[in-house]
Design a protein around this ligand. Sequence first.
Ligand SMILES: [Zn+2]
Length: 565
Amino acid sequence: MKLAFVAMLVVACSAGEPGPGIDVDRALAHARELVGMGPRVGNSDAAKRAAAYVEHQLPHASRAHVGTIDLPEIRVLGTVHRNAHRTVTSDPNLVARYGPRAGKALLFMAHYDSVPASPGAIDNAAAVGVLIELARVLDESPPAMPVIVAITAREEDGLIGAEALAAELGAEVDFAIALDLIGGDGDLVLNGAGMRIGYAEMRWLAAAADRAGVALRAPLAHRVVSRWWPQAERSDHGAFTRRGVRGVHFYHRGNDGELVDRAYHTKLDRFERIERGSVDEVGRLIRAIVDEPPPEHDGDGFWVPQLANVVVPRWALVAFAIALLLVAIALLVRIGREQREDERGAGLLLGSACVAVAFIAVYALERSALAEHPRAWLHAPAYFVIAEALVLAGVIGLASRLVARVRPWIGARRYLVVAIGVLLAFGVFWLVVGAAELAWIWLVPAASASIAPLLGRARVIALLPTLLPALLVLAPSQLREAAWNGFAPATMPLVAWVALVGLPPIAAAAYAFRRHSGPLGTFLLPMGWALSIAIGAAMEIRYESPCSASQFHQLHLTCEISSGV
Ligand SMILES: [Zn+2]
């Protein structure tokens, strides 16, 4: 079993030969044609023209009436995101069938509408172009299983076309795949993999990606979100997922080297932004998917983050997390037993006070530096994380030196216990709420740090992983993506994020570097800490935001690429 995993890793990490794809030139020509029609808002003339174009280009297309649709309420964590309501549309879905008629079908969807004012190139003309060309391939060489291609109406205002399609075809569909936000320059990612998508389904998709020579990845937290809140899926597959039909969504994660597309839903979503290579990649992936029918569901799975096309059974992930947990707890107990009550001196309480003072100072600085535009740090998260880390380290350093002049520090192992305890608390929280996909980020450093006392001078190596949650959570692209997708509370200051993931490495550092005496401790170090504070503070105060608060309020990160959208 273990060897099989290793073999899978090796296979998955080597880039495969590109498999056959679709006619990219023609797919791009379709996209250009649709974009040229301008915004294709529901029930508009442009939407009607787009539907007519698709009907003309999609082999064997038939118009499927959408008409009156009752949209259900969407509620997440007690908050109503959409009220239940009825809507009427005159825009049709365009549906075409290929291969045998008997048996359950594989369904591909892409919506042809766009939001008002947006030419809708990456969202979603490129995907429509890709599916029209997939359909031509399927028409010329019919697939072994029934395949339905549906170009849907009015995805943008409530998955309306897909709701009609799911109500009508739901029972006929084995697996539904939505292409939405295709053609950006970021990773091609698997999204919307909810409860019904397990190990077998992921292996099926990963094997197709391997055959296509395409790297398919899954963002860290998306699987968690999709399992918790299937009602909130934001693309056409969601209408099927809600009805118990297996479904996923593929998209290109971001543009301009980011995990977000700042032109999304704006007039900047122009044809020129579509990447030819990305269109080709999606074409190859979906052609490979058509070659093998979807498998029977067989247990849950875990799409290993960062790596391409690597899937392990979910039990392996949970077992790994529990093993880490047990190691950390066992060693924590051992550390506790060895803890001796030393002579009276500065201990955990004073250390915590130093850290609290530092965080308050950083918070005050952030408030004053960003008074005009409280979220300006989102324009340059790395810059602000560095600035705040400098101030934080400086204040903690100075305060702890001051305390040390009065009372000697004792019980350094307590800091280690704090570091491990905080990491364990987060790890256990994620495990308990069913998000093993995230638990390992805290449990790996917890287990690693608990080994530190056994390593003597090499303990720093075991403590380095305490930085892992900070590196992942505070990664600029991750912070911007979380904020863009509404997962980060708008009012949360950066310092709160830093505090959330910063405590374990701070406590670990207090444990690792507990002794410094002589001239270094009394003169050079305090000078260094003071300099650190000065540099960090100057960085924050001198920062000039590319957008005003009102521009940001109106346009979010889009304000960075255009002030006149
Ligand atoms: Zn879309």
